[in-house]
Write a protein that binds this ligand. Structure first.
Ligand SMILES: C[S@@+](CC[C@H](N)C(=O)[O-])C[C@H]1O[C@@H](n2cnc3c(N)ncnc32)[C@H](O)[C@@H]1O
Length: 277
Protein backbone atom coordinates (compact mmCIF):
# COMPACT_ATOMS: atom_id res chain seq x y z
CA UNK A 1 0.00 0.00 0.00
CA UNK A 2 1.41 3.40 -0.96
CA UNK A 3 0.61 6.83 0.51
CA UNK A 4 -2.08 7.63 -2.04
CA UNK A 5 -3.79 4.27 -1.60
CA UNK A 6 -3.63 4.54 2.19
CA UNK A 7 -5.28 7.97 2.09
CA UNK A 8 -7.97 6.83 -0.34
CA UNK A 9 -8.82 3.79 1.75
CA UNK A 10 -8.94 5.87 4.93
CA UNK A 11 -11.15 8.53 3.34
CA UNK A 12 -13.62 5.87 2.31
CA UNK A 13 -13.66 4.29 5.78
CA UNK A 14 -14.06 7.65 7.53
CA UNK A 15 -16.44 9.31 5.09
CA UNK A 16 -19.45 8.37 7.26
CA UNK A 17 -17.80 10.21 10.21
CA UNK A 18 -18.47 13.58 8.58
CA UNK A 19 -16.65 16.34 6.82
CA UNK A 20 -13.24 15.87 8.43
CA UNK A 21 -12.45 12.49 6.78
CA UNK A 22 -9.80 13.97 4.45
CA UNK A 23 -7.95 15.96 7.03
CA UNK A 24 -8.22 13.20 9.69
CA UNK A 25 -6.65 10.70 7.26
CA UNK A 26 -3.80 13.09 6.47
CA UNK A 27 -3.09 13.95 10.10
CA UNK A 28 -3.06 10.27 11.13
CA UNK A 29 -0.83 9.21 8.24
CA UNK A 30 1.56 12.11 8.92
CA UNK A 31 1.67 10.94 12.53
CA UNK A 32 2.48 7.33 11.58
CA UNK A 33 5.16 8.34 9.07
CA UNK A 34 6.44 11.18 11.30
CA UNK A 35 6.33 13.46 8.26
CA UNK A 36 4.34 16.60 7.51
CA UNK A 37 1.44 16.83 5.05
CA UNK A 38 3.72 18.28 2.33
CA UNK A 39 5.54 14.92 2.33
CA UNK A 40 2.25 13.09 1.66
CA UNK A 41 1.53 15.34 -1.32
CA UNK A 42 5.09 15.14 -2.69
CA UNK A 43 5.44 11.32 -2.42
CA UNK A 44 2.05 9.68 -3.25
CA UNK A 45 3.71 6.55 -4.63
CA UNK A 46 5.96 5.91 -1.63
CA UNK A 47 5.21 2.49 -0.10
CA UNK A 48 4.36 2.11 3.60
CA UNK A 49 6.26 -0.69 5.31
CA UNK A 50 4.30 -3.45 7.08
CA UNK A 51 4.39 -1.80 10.53
CA UNK A 52 3.39 1.59 9.18
CA UNK A 53 0.46 0.14 7.26
CA UNK A 54 -0.75 -1.86 10.28
CA UNK A 55 -0.47 1.15 12.64
CA UNK A 56 -2.29 3.39 10.18
CA UNK A 57 -5.16 0.97 9.63
CA UNK A 58 -5.53 0.53 13.38
CA UNK A 59 -5.71 4.31 13.91
CA UNK A 60 -8.29 4.67 11.14
CA UNK A 61 -10.40 1.97 12.77
CA UNK A 62 -10.19 3.76 16.15
CA UNK A 63 -11.10 7.06 14.49
CA UNK A 64 -14.08 5.31 12.87
CA UNK A 65 -15.21 4.37 16.41
CA UNK A 66 -15.13 8.12 17.21
CA UNK A 67 -11.87 8.50 19.17
CA UNK A 68 -10.60 12.08 18.80
CA UNK A 69 -7.70 12.52 16.39
CA UNK A 70 -5.85 14.43 19.12
CA UNK A 71 -6.09 11.42 21.46
CA UNK A 72 -4.82 9.11 18.71
CA UNK A 73 -1.79 11.28 17.94
CA UNK A 74 -1.37 12.55 21.52
CA UNK A 75 -0.93 16.07 20.11
CA UNK A 76 -2.94 19.22 19.32
CA UNK A 77 -1.73 22.56 18.09
CA UNK A 78 -2.70 25.71 20.00
CA UNK A 79 -1.26 29.18 19.33
CA UNK A 80 1.08 27.48 16.80
CA UNK A 81 2.61 25.39 19.60
CA UNK A 82 2.32 21.60 19.87
CA UNK A 83 0.65 20.43 23.07
CA UNK A 84 0.65 16.90 24.44
CA UNK A 85 -2.95 15.88 25.16
CA UNK A 86 -4.67 12.92 26.81
CA UNK A 87 -8.06 12.03 28.23
CA UNK A 88 -7.45 13.78 31.58
CA UNK A 89 -8.67 17.15 30.30
CA UNK A 90 -10.04 19.17 27.41
CA UNK A 91 -8.37 19.08 24.00
CA UNK A 92 -7.43 22.76 23.42
CA UNK A 93 -9.82 24.50 21.02
CA UNK A 94 -8.88 27.20 18.47
CA UNK A 95 -11.64 29.49 19.83
CA UNK A 96 -9.78 29.73 23.16
CA UNK A 97 -7.01 31.60 21.31
CA UNK A 98 -9.42 34.60 21.51
CA UNK A 99 -8.56 34.89 25.23
CA UNK A 100 -4.82 34.87 24.50
CA UNK A 101 -5.23 37.44 21.71
CA UNK A 102 -7.32 39.71 23.96
CA UNK A 103 -4.75 39.61 26.77
CA UNK A 104 -1.81 40.29 24.46
CA UNK A 105 -3.62 43.15 22.69
CA UNK A 106 -4.81 44.81 25.89
CA UNK A 107 -1.83 44.25 28.19
CA UNK A 108 0.99 43.44 25.74
CA UNK A 109 2.95 46.60 26.53
CA UNK A 110 3.18 45.75 30.26
CA UNK A 111 6.71 44.70 31.26
CA UNK A 112 5.62 42.99 34.47
CA UNK A 113 2.32 41.38 35.15
CA UNK A 114 1.01 38.66 37.45
CA UNK A 115 -1.47 36.28 35.83
CA UNK A 116 -3.40 33.20 36.99
CA UNK A 117 -4.92 30.67 34.55
CA UNK A 118 -7.63 28.78 36.45
CA UNK A 119 -8.50 25.28 35.19
CA UNK A 120 -5.42 25.21 32.99
CA UNK A 121 -5.93 21.69 31.55
CA UNK A 122 -3.05 21.09 29.12
CA UNK A 123 -1.68 24.50 30.12
CA UNK A 124 -2.72 25.90 26.73
CA UNK A 125 -3.63 29.47 27.78
CA UNK A 126 -0.84 29.90 30.34
CA UNK A 127 1.86 28.44 28.07
CA UNK A 128 0.74 30.43 25.00
CA UNK A 129 0.93 33.66 27.03
CA UNK A 130 4.22 32.71 28.71
CA UNK A 131 5.75 31.93 25.31
CA UNK A 132 4.96 35.50 24.22
CA UNK A 133 5.68 37.22 27.55
CA UNK A 134 8.53 35.37 29.30
CA UNK A 135 9.01 38.17 31.86
CA UNK A 136 5.43 37.96 33.19
CA UNK A 137 4.78 35.99 36.40
CA UNK A 138 2.42 33.21 35.39
CA UNK A 139 0.55 30.79 37.66
CA UNK A 140 -1.79 28.02 36.54
CA UNK A 141 -4.06 25.72 38.54
CA UNK A 142 -6.34 22.73 38.08
CA UNK A 143 -8.34 20.40 40.30
CA UNK A 144 -7.10 17.40 38.28
CA UNK A 145 -3.64 16.14 39.22
CA UNK A 146 -3.41 14.28 35.90
CA UNK A 147 -4.14 17.50 34.00
CA UNK A 148 -1.45 19.30 36.02
CA UNK A 149 1.06 16.55 35.17
CA UNK A 150 0.23 17.06 31.49
CA UNK A 151 0.50 20.86 31.77
CA UNK A 152 3.86 20.47 33.54
CA UNK A 153 5.10 18.28 30.68
CA UNK A 154 3.96 20.91 28.13
CA UNK A 155 5.60 23.67 30.19
CA UNK A 156 8.90 21.76 30.13
CA UNK A 157 8.59 21.07 26.40
CA UNK A 158 8.06 24.75 25.58
CA UNK A 159 10.63 25.94 28.13
CA UNK A 160 8.09 28.33 29.64
CA UNK A 161 8.25 29.30 33.29
CA UNK A 162 4.93 28.63 34.96
CA UNK A 163 4.15 27.90 38.61
CA UNK A 164 1.50 25.18 38.90
CA UNK A 165 -0.90 24.92 41.84
CA UNK A 166 -3.23 22.02 42.64
CA UNK A 167 -6.46 23.72 43.69
CA UNK A 168 -10.23 23.43 43.64
CA UNK A 169 -10.79 26.87 42.07
CA UNK A 170 -9.50 29.40 44.68
CA UNK A 171 -9.31 27.05 47.68
CA UNK A 172 -5.53 26.73 47.54
CA UNK A 173 -4.70 30.08 45.91
CA UNK A 174 -2.94 32.18 48.53
CA UNK A 175 -2.12 35.28 46.47
CA UNK A 176 -4.45 38.29 46.38
CA UNK A 177 -2.57 40.52 43.95
CA UNK A 178 -3.13 39.14 40.45
CA UNK A 179 -3.38 41.62 37.57
CA UNK A 180 -5.26 39.08 35.47
CA UNK A 181 -7.28 35.98 36.29
CA UNK A 182 -8.17 34.12 33.12
CA UNK A 183 -10.20 30.94 32.76
CA UNK A 184 -11.82 28.68 30.22
CA UNK A 185 -13.93 26.87 32.81
CA UNK A 186 -16.48 24.10 32.26
CA UNK A 187 -19.63 25.83 30.94
CA UNK A 188 -21.78 23.23 29.20
CA UNK A 189 -25.20 22.43 30.72
CA UNK A 190 -25.33 18.95 32.33
CA UNK A 191 -28.00 17.69 29.92
CA UNK A 192 -26.75 19.38 26.72
CA UNK A 193 -27.39 16.92 23.84
CA UNK A 194 -24.06 17.90 22.19
CA UNK A 195 -22.33 15.88 24.93
CA UNK A 196 -23.47 12.74 23.12
CA UNK A 197 -21.55 13.38 19.88
CA UNK A 198 -18.07 14.15 18.60
CA UNK A 199 -14.86 14.52 20.61
CA UNK A 200 -16.59 15.61 23.85
CA UNK A 201 -17.72 11.99 24.42
CA UNK A 202 -14.07 11.18 25.16
CA UNK A 203 -13.29 14.21 27.33
CA UNK A 204 -13.87 14.18 31.12
CA UNK A 205 -17.23 15.54 32.35
CA UNK A 206 -15.32 17.52 34.97
CA UNK A 207 -13.72 19.60 32.22
CA UNK A 208 -16.99 20.23 30.40
CA UNK A 209 -20.13 20.56 32.49
CA UNK A 210 -21.21 23.02 35.16
CA UNK A 211 -24.75 22.41 36.40
CA UNK A 212 -28.19 22.88 34.92
CA UNK A 213 -27.41 26.01 32.87
CA UNK A 214 -23.63 25.49 32.65
CA UNK A 215 -23.16 28.65 34.72
CA UNK A 216 -22.22 27.20 38.13
CA UNK A 217 -18.44 27.54 37.77
CA UNK A 218 -18.54 30.93 36.04
CA UNK A 219 -20.76 32.31 38.83
CA UNK A 220 -18.33 30.98 41.43
CA UNK A 221 -15.29 32.49 39.65
CA UNK A 222 -17.05 35.81 39.15
CA UNK A 223 -17.87 36.08 42.86
CA UNK A 224 -14.53 34.81 44.19
CA UNK A 225 -11.98 36.29 41.75
CA UNK A 226 -12.25 39.80 43.22
CA UNK A 227 -10.61 38.64 46.45
CA UNK A 228 -7.57 37.51 44.46
CA UNK A 229 -7.28 40.45 42.04
CA UNK A 230 -5.53 43.64 42.89
CA UNK A 231 -7.33 46.96 42.27
CA UNK A 232 -7.72 47.47 38.51
CA UNK A 233 -7.08 43.75 37.95
CA UNK A 234 -9.09 41.89 35.29
CA UNK A 235 -11.20 38.73 35.23
CA UNK A 236 -11.47 37.17 31.77
CA UNK A 237 -13.59 34.07 31.07
CA UNK A 238 -14.64 32.03 28.06
CA UNK A 239 -18.28 30.90 27.82
CA UNK A 240 -20.91 29.78 25.33
CA UNK A 241 -22.37 32.28 22.84
CA UNK A 242 -25.80 31.74 24.38
CA UNK A 243 -24.54 32.59 27.89
CA UNK A 244 -23.46 36.15 27.00
CA UNK A 245 -26.32 37.87 28.86
CA UNK A 246 -26.06 35.58 31.92
CA UNK A 247 -22.32 36.25 32.17
CA UNK A 248 -22.79 40.00 31.67
CA UNK A 249 -25.38 39.94 34.52
CA UNK A 250 -22.93 38.04 36.70
CA UNK A 251 -20.16 40.61 36.08
CA UNK A 252 -22.64 43.44 36.78
CA UNK A 253 -23.88 41.85 40.04
CA UNK A 254 -20.28 41.61 41.20
CA UNK A 255 -19.60 45.24 40.22
CA UNK A 256 -16.88 44.67 37.59
CA UNK A 257 -16.27 47.78 35.46
CA UNK A 258 -15.50 48.30 31.75
CA UNK A 259 -17.09 44.95 30.94
CA UNK A 260 -16.54 43.90 27.34
CA UNK A 261 -17.44 40.82 25.35
CA UNK A 262 -15.87 39.29 22.25
CA UNK A 263 -17.01 36.58 19.89
CA UNK A 264 -14.57 34.07 18.43
CA UNK A 265 -14.44 33.66 14.66
CA UNK A 266 -16.50 30.45 14.66
CA UNK A 267 -19.29 32.20 16.61
CA UNK A 268 -19.53 29.23 19.01
CA UNK A 269 -18.00 30.88 22.04
CA UNK A 270 -17.71 34.27 23.63
CA UNK A 271 -15.41 35.79 26.19
CA UNK A 272 -16.23 38.38 28.82
CA UNK A 273 -13.69 40.60 30.56
CA UNK A 274 -14.21 43.02 33.40
CA UNK A 275 -12.12 45.15 35.73
CA UNK A 276 -12.15 45.18 39.54
CA UNK A 277 -12.43 48.79 40.68
C1 LIG B 1 -12.88 23.57 29.70
S1 LIG B 1 -11.44 22.86 30.42
C2 LIG B 1 -10.23 24.06 29.92
C3 LIG B 1 -8.82 23.57 29.86
C4 LIG B 1 -7.82 24.59 29.28
N1 LIG B 1 -7.80 25.81 30.06
C5 LIG B 1 -8.17 24.93 27.84
O1 LIG B 1 -8.64 26.04 27.59
O2 LIG B 1 -7.95 24.08 26.96
C6 LIG B 1 -11.71 23.20 32.13
C7 LIG B 1 -10.60 22.78 33.09
O3 LIG B 1 -11.04 23.18 34.41
C8 LIG B 1 -10.68 22.18 35.32
N2 LIG B 1 -11.57 22.26 36.49
C9 LIG B 1 -12.84 21.79 36.60
N3 LIG B 1 -13.31 22.02 37.84
C10 LIG B 1 -12.33 22.66 38.52
C11 LIG B 1 -12.22 23.16 39.85
N4 LIG B 1 -13.22 23.02 40.73
N5 LIG B 1 -11.07 23.76 40.21
C12 LIG B 1 -10.03 23.89 39.32
N6 LIG B 1 -10.08 23.42 38.05
C13 LIG B 1 -11.22 22.82 37.65
C14 LIG B 1 -10.80 20.87 34.56
O4 LIG B 1 -10.05 19.84 35.16
C15 LIG B 1 -10.32 21.30 33.17
O5 LIG B 1 -8.93 21.06 33.03
Amino acid sequence: MNIQQALEQARETLSKNGESADIDAQVLLSHVLQRNSAHLIAWPEKELDENQAASFLQLIEQRKQGLPVAHLTGQREFWSLDFSVNNSTLIPRPETETLVEFILQKFGDRKNLKLLDLGTGTGAIAIAIASEKPAWQIFASDISKQALALATKNNTQHKTNITFIHSDWFNNIKQHDFDIIVSNPPYIADNDPHLQSGDVRFEPQGALTAGKTGMDDIKHLCAQAKKHLQKNGWLIVEHGYNQAQLVADCFAENAYAQVEQREDLSGHTRMTAGKKV
